[in-house]
Write a protein that binds this ligand. Structure first.
Ligand code: ATP
Length: 312
């Protein structure tokens, strides 16, 4: 029985080898690296020692194999993952620029990543599970994924599973109002929300991250954990909030830090850490995640994360 279930898109990332080279001329790429926010979350939670189930779809090709092999090697339960015989695995091309910005070209929504068969969301699978983690990227994908996620949330809730949401919003595609609408059913069910400042404001319509996080707590979310990049994080709950500073590292690739952070916070809860320690642990894991090139490559194993946290 998994302790945590994550569902959503899995894909590979293929990135420009050199920082500062866009997509408008021939040049070198590196990859494929396994990716997709819900898959990064699952892999990191498994590396940190949790029993994790991942539900998603890949194509019947080598990119799909790269994803499956990686998740399997790290112990993620893939019994309800699907290899679609007719579609190719989702791909994101990424270019990094010197100012820290990124540019993406996606082949995701019309690939295997955009598909989920409803019968993969099995009632029994949620029995005895502690957390169901939802990512806004999967909610943004298409109607098929939304339906599957709402169903998973409702099956999970009926069985006492706590819902966790990383809004990971893409308003540039859907618009803010639509994004808010599609997140609402999950926010209302959520015990944990892990937003960035922008996402918190977008979800609530408030004008500061602080106001937005307080509002989410007042609306019934038990813990709102605000992610602040190299500034660390802030935990909000009823009647209290506290900041936890970041760890100092050299950032190589920021992709995936947020998903690894979410995974670490929930693993901390599973291990009975107090809230301060959960946030410190999550900051440590988020910091380690940015030290390697590739979305999942920096995801640390439990002992390494603990010794980094205690050493720093
Ligand atoms: P992404 O969407 O790229 O995965 P995010 O916006 O969801 O990221 P961030 O705030 O960038 O999340 O990172 C999550 C956490 O990881 C931060 O709250 C922090 O604890 C840690 N972290 C991220 N970047 C750094 C950094 N440069 N130095 C130290 N810690 C970092």
């Amino acid at each position: 029985v998994p302790e945590i279930i994550s569902l959503g898109e899995a894909l590979v990332e293929i990135m420009r080898q050199e920082v500062g080279v866009g997509f408008d001329r021939p040049d070198f790429f590196v990859g494929p690296f396994p990716s997709g926010a819900p898959a990064i979350f699952a892999d990191c939670a498994a590396r940190l020692g949790a029993k994790v189930g991942f539900i998603g779809t890949v194509g019947n090709d080598d990119f799909g194999k790269v994803i499956f092999d990686r998740l399997e090697k790290d112990g993620v339960d893939l019994r309800y993952c699907y290899i679609d015989p007719h579609l190719t695995t989702g791909v994101a091309f990424v270019a990094y620029f010197k100012d820290g910005s990124r540019k993406f070209i996606y082949h995701i929504g019309n690939a295997a990543s955009g598909v989920i068969e409803e019968e993969r969301i099995k009632e029994d699978y949620f029995e005895g599970v502690s957390f169901l983690h939802i990512n806004g990227s999967a909610l943004s994908m298409n109607e098929v994924w939304r339906k599957a996620i709402y169903r998973a949330v409702s099956l999970a809730r009926e069985r006492g599973v706590k819902i966790s949401l990383d809004p990971n919003l893409r308003p540039e595609i859907l618009g803010v109002d639509k994004v808010r609408d599609i997140c609402r059913p999950v926010v209302e069910a959520a015990s944990f929300v892990f937003p960035s400042g922008e996402e918190a404001m977008m979800l609530t319509g408030k004008t500061t991250p602080d106001e937005a996080c307080r509002f989410l707590v007042e609306s019934g979310v038990e813990y709102v954990v605000l992610k602040r990049g190299d500034k660390g994080s802030t935990v909000y709950m009823k009647g209290r909030s506290f900041e936890v500073p970041a760890f100092k590292v050299d950032e190589v690739d920021p992709t995936g830090a947020g998903d690894c952070f979410d995974a670490a916070f929930l693993v901390g809860m599973l291990r009975g850490f107090d809230l301060e320690k959960c946030a410190r642990f999550a900051n440590a894991v988020g910091a380690l995640a940015v030290t390697r090139k590739g979305p999942m490559e920096g995801a640390p194993f439990f002992e390494d994360a603990m010794s980094f946290m205690e050493r720093s």
